[in-house]
Design a protein around this ligand. Structure first.
Ligand code: KG4
Ligand code: ZN
Length: 334
């Protein structure tokens, strides 16, 4: 009998539910909380309240789409962390209610590991090891994965995440939150070499993005003093140059990790892996160094419950369950 799991994601501003059966995703419903864009960032209290509003209907929609009922579920999985505490509490409390009410096990999923599991939705049996560049709004990490469930952290950002670098620079160009996708769109018709920004210098496989953000801020402010509509006149070139700087930096670190670890494949996951230039660079790099390239479909890049479901599928196989007394965690744990 194939096991059927419900998975829930409420760590930030997406309320999402997915159904997985026998390792296949049957439904993945994502309600993105648009309300935060008017504030230029995620407001934690609003996120919690909106998860509370949406979670039951999003879950029902996932069940309907998968043609399943609550009685068909073998387990319920939920993002246990890292994330916003109030937001996580909504998902965890809802999942515990279902686990208790239906007498089925509860699976706690690490959000970062789930971003990696998103790869296995479309590549169920890749050749290992794989070097993964995890780039999201809250994290930037290089991870070596030795099998579906064995992850080794090689390096990470010491300050801002790559997604934050995109969002903060987009904000100073006057673009809406979250800005990564707007930079991506506007960069398509810009010149990536129009402006150059210094590549951050951090040894080894760690990253830093806060200095880059500051140097772009100073540059834009200074140019705007001479010509007040500098940003508007150069918007596409600015976006292309910023994207070029961030993606050059990311891929240079990835190449360094590849040289050190000699993997069979390279991969990108997390919200920033939706970036069209970064996706193209990965394919080019894979061809150049003759390794497999794994990139999730767009809908599995930004936060979604399908990736939680995929991670839960492996946890269920190993009977890795958590108790009703478990609590969410807000810090990174990979
Ligand atoms: O993984 P994610 O949905 O949420 C976190 O776990 O943080 O990542 C969100 C991040 C945001 O910073 C957003 O601007 C960025 O992913 N992002 C992009 C693109 N689409 C989303 N960054 C660059 N280019 C994109 N196309
Ligand atoms: Zn995420």
């Amino acid at each position: 009998m194939q096991s059927t799991l419900l998975a829930l994601e409420t760590s930030c501003d997406e309320t999402s539910a997915a159904i997985i059966s026998g390792g296949k995703i049957l439904a993945n419903i994502v309600a993105t909380q648009e309300i935060h864009s008017q504030y230029g960032g995620v407001i934690p209290e609003l996120a919690s309240r909106n998860h509370d509003l949406f979670i039951a209907s999003v879950t029902q929609e996932a069940l309907n789409k998968a043609n399943k009922e609550l009685k068909d579920l073998d387990a319920v999985a939920v993002t246990q962390g890292p994330g916003l505490l109030g937001a996580l509490l909504v998902g965890n409390t809802f999942a515990k209610g279902l686990s208790w009410g239906l007498s089925i096990p509860l699976i706690g999923v690490n959000h970062l590991q789930a971003h990696i599991s998103a790869l296995f939705i479309d590549y169920p049996n890749p050749s290992f090891p794989i070097i993964v560049l995890l780039v999201s709004g809250g994290h930037t990490q290089l991870i070596k994965i030795n099998c579906h469930t064995d992850y080794e952290l090689l390096g990470q950002t010491i300050d801002d995440a790559a997604g934050e670098a995109y969002d903060k620079t987009a904000k100073l160009l006057g673009l809406p939150y979250p800005g990564g996708q707007h930079i991506d769109r506007l960069a398509k018709t810009g010149n990536p070499n129009a402006f150059s920004f210094p590549e951050p210098k951090v040894p080894g496989l760690n990253f830093s993005f806060s200095g880059l953000k500051t140097s772009i801020l100073y540059f834009v402010n200074e140019q705007s003093l001479h010509s007040h509509d500098f940003v508007n006149r150069n918007l596409n070139d600015l976006c292309a140059s910023i994207q070029n700087t961030i993606n050059n930096y990311l891929t240079n670190k990835l190449i360094k990790a590849v040289k050190q670890h000699n993997p069979k494949g390279i991969a990108i996951v997390g919200g920033v892996s939706a970036n069209s230039d970064l996706r193209k660079r990965m394919v080019d790099l894979g061809n150049q160094i003759s390794v497999n390239v794994l990139i999730p479909k767009f809908e599995y890049c930004t936060d979604n419950a399908a990736m939680i479901a995929m991670a839960a599928h492996y946890a269920y196989e190993k009977r890795q369950f958590i108790g009703l007394e478990s609590i969410p965690f807000t810090r990174d744990m990979i």
